[in-house]
Ligand binder design. Sequence first.
Ligand code: ATP
Ligand code: MG
Length: 132
Amino acid sequence: MQRTLMLIKPDAVKAKSAGGIIGMLEKAGFEIKAAKVFEFDAALCQVFYKDHLAKEFFPRLESFMCSGTSWALILEKENAVCALRELMGDVMPEKRVPGTIRYHYGHGITDNGVHGSDSLENAEREIAIIFR
Ligand code: ATP
Ligand code: MG
């Protein structure tokens, strides 16, 4: 069994999509082990997204992530990291296919509904940051 971190981002929380997203997770066999409702501030965003700090899109990402409430979920399943990345769908809107969370509940590139850890190591790092 692996665990991973999902964030339901401010656009999806505002759009009342959290219930629909959790329904997709349950149908796909994920167990929800912990949940937290919280808001990012700039300091937390800079730690969480440290690998993106130098990217040109970081200011947009930071202001979006700090724009409202997020939900964090610790999810468990066999091969959870890859399974969640597949269920989430692509970061680029034109590459999202039906049946993925971002196809149904994402909006643009930045406001894409959800985050999922991209490796086991990052999953543990991100869980420690959010559930500290
Ligand atoms: P996430 O990390 O949220 O699961 P991802 O791994 O698919 O998504 P990353 O490349 O890690 O995408 O980028 C992190 C986040 O930064 C994206 O989810 C998105 O919100 C934002 N982002 C990524 N690329 C761009 C871009 N070119 N322009 C604006 N925002 C972007
Ligand atoms: Mg990523």
